[in-house]
Structure formats: structure tokens, C-alpha cells
Design a protein around this ligand. Sequence first.
Ligand code: NAD
Length: 454
Amino acid sequence: MSTEDPAEVVRTLRRGFDSGLTKPLAWRRAQLVALRRLLLDGGAELERALALDLGKSSAEAQVSEIGVVRAEVDHALRHMRRWARSTRVPVPVAVAPASARVVPEPLGVVLVIGPWNYPVQLILAPLVGALAAGNAVVLKPSEVAPATSAALARLVGHHLDPRGVTVVEGDAGTTTELLSQRLDHVFFTGGGAVARIVARAAAENLTPVTLELGGKSPVWIDDTVDVEAAARRLAWGKFMNAGQTCVAPDYVLATPPVASRLTAALAVAVTAFYGLDPAASPDYGRIVADRHVDRLASLLEGEHAAVGGTVDRGTRYVAPTVVDGARLDSPLLAEEIFGPILPIVHVADLDEAIRVVRSREKPLALYVFSSSREVERRFLRETSSGAVGVGVPSAHLLVPGLPFGGVGASGTGAYHGKRSFDTFTHEKAVLRKPLSPDTIALAYPPFTPRREGI
Ligand code: NAD
């Protein structure tokens, strides 16, 4: 449980917000600058915590966690003055003379609930948008990455204004208590099961939610591309953070000849990246908790691993693994894998691949490796997903102009760049109309001539 009382934390932040503390651009800017300082001065502490929780290398921690937040901070600092400006909109003749504008206003006290897989990025990147938009913020990091949760609590407490930002550590019970407070927005990143609990709790207070979820992101690869180059990209996106990435390629659809070339090329890529024994590589991560190691081990039961396949519970190690020829009804194809196992499903052709994608929940991302623009167009036209990456997995989340989020079962709402600001902003409609001339007079009743005496 938390050492902080969630109700008291929310009350303090509510006082901060109601006092007007968080609204001036100067305060927002100062907090973002302080956050940049936190990333710089606290970088080593965060790296140590990430190594403890996930065996993340320093380089990966910098590129996929700290660097992503820094880029968001810099982007917001560059653009937030413009984002925060009100904008005029045209007034129809029927309402003229009048002026109309959209005034962005902060929502109030918002809650950000983070997962354990990128426990720094996925809690601090939403914070950037929430601060830029002028909100008071409660951060609830995942208890499954305890070292990172503790480091975030210490660093945020030290660097940011406690009247406007607080970390509450704790488990599901703490989150439940936070959710029972009156909040103005809940931003949740995690799995679909907990998302349902969060959405139900938020509904009690009519609190709007952003849900950043996961799903099974498919890959299509055909023989029009350089399979070795594609294998390197796939191995990078899949085996980074030991496969515990929401946008990681989850399964591949390919014809049998392409599948067998890809499997051979993935074996070469894995060795090039992590050596002959990835367990000894300082660049290969570990699974976050024993129960997830057990889950991944059971997914491999009865499957033939063409690459990898080793599991060591003692060190929470699961080797980079490829299962060529996985069946569509295999457990590997049921739930999101969220680990370093890549099944390749054989299909007859592109039509069958599209049918498989369409028959499942809408994924967070879909990846196409083909040099045919028509193939790319068909996936864009005929399937739905949070994002599409052509020739590269995961990298779309590094483009601040692209909304990052899911659709259907993979999520509701989006963030990054200006979308983060918009997510934590209410667009207030303001119309100003002079009392005279009274052009509304035509709309006043009575609408039929009034009889004498009534
Ligand atoms: P999770 O859903 O188990 O937990 C997420 C958060 O919810 C944690 O902070 C946890 O403390 C809290 N929580 C857990 N049980 C709760 C309960 N009963 N009531 C209230 N709060 C509760 O997710 P996870 O295992 O940390 O992360 C894995 C999932 O997150 C995967 O499905 C993955 O695809 C998804 N994910 C999505 C994104 C994205 O950006 N879309 C990013 C990373 C992970």
C-alpha cells in the first residue's frame, strides 16, 4: 500500500489547482524545465532502477525511455505558447454581429496510471502534456517495477512543485482509492482487463478516460523486400526490452517460402545483436516477474522453436525465440505475447493475411514489409489499427506529429506532441454578441400573433 493517503493527495492538488497555481504559462514552463533537469540529473538513478527492474541496458534506457520524454519536453516547450492560445472561428450570418473563439483551458486534477514495461516513459510522457496544458497531476507508477516507482517518487518530489505534481506509489488497492476520488481525467496505460476496471470506476464520477492498451500487432512480409534487412528491423522491434513492448511485432504472417527465409535471417540478426548466448549479453533484457516467465514458458509448451526457446526462471531469462509455422489456434495466437517470442503463421497469400487481421481485434500497430505500394494501400484501406509502420516497427512513436494511441480494443484517445496537450485540455467555446442591434429579436416568441386580452 501507499505511504501517501490518496484522498489527501488529491485534496492538496485540488487546492493547488483551484488557487490558480498551475494555469500561468510561466508555471507550466518552469515545471517542464524542471522535468528536463530531473531527466538529466536523475538519469543515472533512473537507469539503475530500470536495470534492476527489467535488466535494461543504459543505452536502451536512454533511447527508449529517458530520450523519448526529453524529446516530448523540448517539443512542448517550443510549441506550448501557440497551443495555449485561443483561436477565432467564423460566425455564421444568422448569428452576426458576434465574435467566436475556442479557449483552451486545463481540465483540473488528472491521474496518470502507468504500466511496468517502459515505466519511465509511459508515466512521464503523459505528464508532459498534462503540465503543458496547466493541470495538477497525480502519477501512479506500476508497483511491478518497484525500483523505478521508488526512483520516480523521489525524483519528482525533489524536482517538481509538490502543490501541482505528486507521485503516489502502491498496488491495485491504492489505484482503486485514487479512482474513487473526483478527478477531471484519467490517463491509463496497461492491459484491457484492468482498463475495464479503470473505465468502470471513472464512469462513477463521469470522469473522461484515455486508454492506451495493447493487443496483437501483426506483421506482413513478402518476397518483394530484402528479407535480411527486414529481419534486422523486426528483431530490433521485437527483442528490445525482451519483447515487453506494447507496439512490438506480435506475430508474422507470411507464405511458407518467405517464412523460412525470414526464420533463417532472424537467427542471424539475433546472433549479430546479442551474440551466440543472448543470456550473456549486456544488451538483452529480462522478464519483469516470475509469473510472466511462467506465462511465456507455458506458451512455448508443445511448440517447436526454430530460434531460441530457452527459459531460465532463476534469472527471469527468456531467449529471443522464433516459432516458424505456428498455428492460428495455438495459444501463441490467442493473447498478446508481451515477451520475446515471435510466431510466424503460414498463409497462402496476401488475401488470407488480410482476412486473418480483420478477423481479430483491432491492434495497436500493424507492420508491412513489402516494396509494393499496392500491398501497402490494401492494408491501409482494408484493415484498422492504431498505427501502421511500413518497413519499420515501433518508430512511429518517435514522431511527435503522429497521434499515438489505439482503436477499438487497443485503446481510446491518443497523445504525443500537441495531442498530449489536447488530451488534457477542455476546448471552451466562447461567443460574444453585442446587445444592440438585437438581431436575435426575430427568434423571440410569440411566434403567432397574440390575441387581445391574453
Ligand atoms: P496492467 O493493466 O496489469 O497494469 C497497469 C496499471 O494498472 C498498473 O499501474 C497497476 O498498478 C494498475 N492496476 C493493476 N490492477 C489494477 C486494479 N485491479 N485496479 C486498478 N488498477 C490496477 O498492465 P501492465 O501489465 O503493467 O502492462 C502491460 C499491458 O499494457 C500490455 O497489455 C501492453 O500492451 C499494455 N501497454 C500499452 C501501452 C500503450 O502505450 N498503448 C504501453 C505499454 C503497455
